[in-house]
Design a binder for this molecule. Sequence first.
Ligand SMILES: Nc1ncnc2c1ncn2[C@@H]1O[C@H](COP(=O)(O)OP(=O)(O)O)[C@@H](O)[C@H]1O
Ligand SMILES: [Mg+2]
Length: 247
Amino acid sequence: MKIVACYSNKGGVGKTATAVNLAHAAAASGLRVLLCDLDPQGASGFYFRIKPSKKLKDESFFKDVKRFIDAIRGSDFDNLDVLPANMTFRDFDIFLSRMKNGRSRLKKALKAVNADYDVIVLDCPPNISALSENVFKAADRIVVPVIPTTLSERTFEQLLQFFADHRLNRRKLIAFFSMVQARKTLHQDTMARLRQLYAGQFLSAVIPFSTDIEKMGQHRAPVATFAGSRQAGQAYGALWQEVRARL
Ligand SMILES: Nc1ncnc2c1ncn2[C@@H]1O[C@H](COP(=O)(O)OP(=O)(O)O)[C@@H](O)[C@H]1O
Ligand SMILES: [Mg+2]
């Protein structure tokens, strides 16, 4: 079982869109996939038309294997299950900072379903917190969407610095350019510069800024189901292929 986190310390960069579409692409390729929504806003569950779990609350996520497993729901797609979030997930940082071995609790919780899935995709909330330290430890790969603008670039640098300061394995981090507007010179220039600066860290697949991706909220479905042959649908397929090759 491999764990792929969709993570950024910045909000609104496309983490959830990535988690939903990568999970769908992986399941469509025949892998058994669990999409685990760690963000209390519960957007991943929403896109898959799954209601927030009620019973999996407070510390039970990290302590009660039965409740954890009971909270997993099937989706409309073969091989794809979802663990929906709820508002109590906002307190994860408090629980984790109180718990013994508070940095490896997520890894331990996910071990309970080790045999049932080939890939677990984590949709993460945007901060550097006790929960994200758990994510950094548990994940085999951390997929980071970076919008090619100044502020996003800065956030990516902060993340790299955090990894350096805490002696975390920087090779887990794989970035890609998200919400790319190819006609913008700023986007083109930033992408070229970052690819040079961080050689090998950025994937070649690029996710364009696309109304098809925005429309996921109306369709409440992954983009490949209603725009699979268009640019956005193809782009997530290519992104998954590259991530998979690095697992
Ligand atoms: N490539 C894209 N093109 C256009 N809109 C996008 C794209 N990716 C995400 N969005 C939209 O931007 C908003 C934030 O995306 P989301 O995936 O929820 O980000 P995050 O999880 O990082 O907060 C959502 O309204 C989503 O529909
Ligand atoms: Mg999100």
